[in-house]
Design a protein around this ligand. Structure first.
Ligand code: URA
Length: 209
């Protein structure tokens, strides 16, 4: 079974409180989500492998560490996933960015992929799928299905807030994909919103309704 990592760093939890607050305006919401993206990038890359290199300091040559081999790819699910990308790129600027667009078929209620564009070497990268709200898990599962169909094997999921229902569904569908979230909330309501959540992440980020 995959790991569920709650990123409980005090700065993340502090910022999340203001992200949740319905009185936080679009500009502040966007900035806070960006900042949490940076802080969560720190957590999600904690186990990235290092290799030893030689470096010459002004005093002497020494051995020191650099991130080795495996490169990263960020895969935001459109559109709310976009809000965390720039913040993550501040810490991992060499990461490449792919995009997956999904909509929900009004008849079947199943996610349908309308757009996908991946880095050419995506199969060699550790991919981080980003969607701030892991609600039913439907979009995350479909996005990861799509990546695996294209040969991608190393995948992590990053969100801001997860519902237990979404975590269960994703762990069942993709037991190899670790989930990183800033909070595990109580439940989904009848409209598919996470409770207490933050409302519609895309609308709050882009100022739409
Ligand atoms: N998507 C959102 O933006 N918010 C939720 O609460 C659930 C899904």
């Amino acid at each position: 079974m995959s790991k569920l990592v709650i990123c409980d760093h005090p700065l993340i939890q502090h910022k999340l409180t203001f992200i949740r607050d319905k009185n936080t305006n679009t500009k502040d919401f966007r900035e806070l989500v960006d900042e949490v993206g940076t802080l969560m990038a720190y957590e999600i890359t904690r186990n990235v492998k290092l290799e030893t290199v030689q470096v010459e300091t002004p005093v002497q040559v020494t051995e020191s560490k650099v991130v080795s081999g495996r490169m990263l790819g960020l895969i935001p699910i459109l559109r709310a996933g976009l809000g965390m990308v720039d913040g993550m790129l501040k810490l991992i600027p060499a990461a490449k960015v792919g995009h997956i667009g999904l909509f929900r078929d009004p008849q079947t209620l199943q996610p349908v992929e309308y757009y996908i564009n991946l880095p050419t070497d995506a199969t060699n990268r550790l991919l981080i799928v980003i969607d701030p709200m892991l609600a039913t898990g439907g979009s995350a599962i479909a996005a990861i299905d799509s990546l695996k169909k294209r040969g991608c094997e190393q995948i992590k999921m990053m969100c801001l807030i997860a519902a237990p229902e979404g975590v269960d569904a994703l762990q069942k569908a993709h037991p190899d994909v670790d989930i990183y979230t800033a909070a595990l909330d109580e439940k989904l309501n009848d409209h598919g919103y996470i409770v207490p959540g933050l409302g519609d992440a895309g609308d709050r980020m882009f100022g739409t309704h």
